[in-house]
Design a protein around this ligand. Structure first.
Ligand code: DCP
Ligand code: CA
Ligand code: CA
Length: 360
């Protein structure tokens, strides 16, 4: 079973303020450079129907929604984290194994509970949806299938507030008509290359000789595509091991040692690793910076704290301090690329750890 919360950040905001419900709601990551610079994190379905979705510039969203009585809100990670933790704790109880894969989604192993009676799958799905609704007043979309790939594809099939059960004998007819981009792991680039080969649907992809796919996409990607198109996936549901680190590197517009030029980019990278950490539901105990110089030599500095944090400000301030220190200590050469890295990542467990994270 795959559970994904509907328009998660925006739905949390609606829940906190019911008067938002019928308006377009746009949750924004403001970069702080100018009043409206930044990108849309997510939107409710009212806004989506008007064409405003994740990733577009806030300025563009404002333009599209200028006559729509829309509400623009800054991301409130503390709230989403709290709601997510509560729901994840609840979900664990409905499966024999549990794997959280992001702030708003998880897999549950329900094979034993269904015991081969597929009509039970729908019952369990409904029970889980109602449990989430009762506990946190949020709708979710759930997919149940013979493996993770099918469950994930099914949860996306009828959104929002969906429940899609795909029994083993239905896998082929379920997948066949879907556009290849709906297959987990098929991104824009792969989709485009397949389109150039005249392959648009999963059915068409399933018919391509796996040898040919391997020749085009490399052995492991080729095999993956072949298997995925045929509904084959053997990945077990498993508790996630903590990730080693989260990092982001970018090339400066010009080689420089001027912090006025470096800091805006550094802040942007801090923002990006912060978003990644929050999406993965992870806190960090170390913040580091990376500097790649004109001669391509690589330097790094980091700082570790006693207690885990999830605060953007902490990342931004520590990254700036480390960079200032580094520039003060290291010669004259210009910096070409810069990076921000979070490590010593930890998963909050239970309420106590959560309040530590939020600094409550
Ligand atoms: N998110 C983000 N920026 C993105 C994509 C997602 O900040 N480009 C955040 C906001 C989302 C949350 O992650 O609410 C979960 O992402 P999903 O892809 O599951 O999207 P939603 O839950 O918003 O919508 P859906 O109803 O399609 O699941
Ligand atoms: Ca979601
Ligand atoms: Ca999701």
């Amino acid at each position: 079973m795959h559970v994904d919360l509907d328009y998660f950040f925006a739905q949390c905001e609606e829940r906190e303020n019911l008067s938002l419900r019928d308006k377009p709601v746009v949750v924004c990551v403001y970069s702080g450079r100018t009043a409206d610079s930044g990108a849309v994190s997510t939107t409710n379905y009212v806004a989506r129907r008007l064409g405003v979705k994740s990733g577009i510039p806030i300025v563009m969203a404002k333009k599209i929604l200028k006559d729509a009585d829309a509400v623009f809100l800054p991301v409130n990670h503390g709230l989403y984290e709290k709601v997510s933790n509560s729901i994840m704790t609840l979900l664990r109880g409905y499966g024999d194994r549990f794997e959280q894969v992001g702030i708003d989604e998880a897999y549950l192993e329900v094979t034993e509970r269904i015991g081969g009676r597929w009509e039970k799958a729908r019952e369990i799905g409904l029970t889980v949806k109602n449990a989430i609704l009762d506990a946190e007043r949020l709708t979710s979309s759930i997919g149940v299938g013979p493996n993770k790939l099918i469950a994930k594809t099914a949860s996306d099939f009828q959104k929002p507030d969906g429940l899609t059960v795909v029994q083993p004998q239905e896998v082929k007819s379920f997948l066949s008509p879907l556009p290849v981009g709906k297959l987990y792991g098929v991104g824009k680039k792969t989709e485009q290359r397949l389109a150039e080969m005249g392959v648009k649907t999963v059915e068409e992809l399933a018919k391509i000789d796996p040898q040919e796919l391997c020749a085009l996409f490399g052995k492991s990607n080729g095999l993956y595509l072949h298997n995925a198109a045929n509904g084959i996936d053997e990945e077990p549901v498993r508790e996630r091991e903590g990730r080693e680190q989260i990092s982001r590197i970018a090339t400066l517009k010009q080689n420089t040692r001027d912090t006025q030029l470096i800091f805006p980019e550094l802040d942007r990278l801090s923002q990006e690793v912060h978003t990644k950490a929050v999406e993965a539901g992870l806190g960090f105990r170390s913040v580091g910076i990376i500097a790649i110089m004109e001669d391509l030599s690589i330097h790094s500095r980091s700082r570790t704290f006693e207690n885990p944090s999830q605060e953007l400000n902490k990342i931004r301030n520590v990254a700036r301090e480390l960079f200032t220190q580094f520039l003060g200590s290291d010669g004259e050469m210009n910096v070409r690329r810069i990076g921000v890295k979070l490590s010593n990542l930890v998963k909050p467990t239970g309420q106590k750890a959560l309040s530590d994270f939020l600094g409550a």
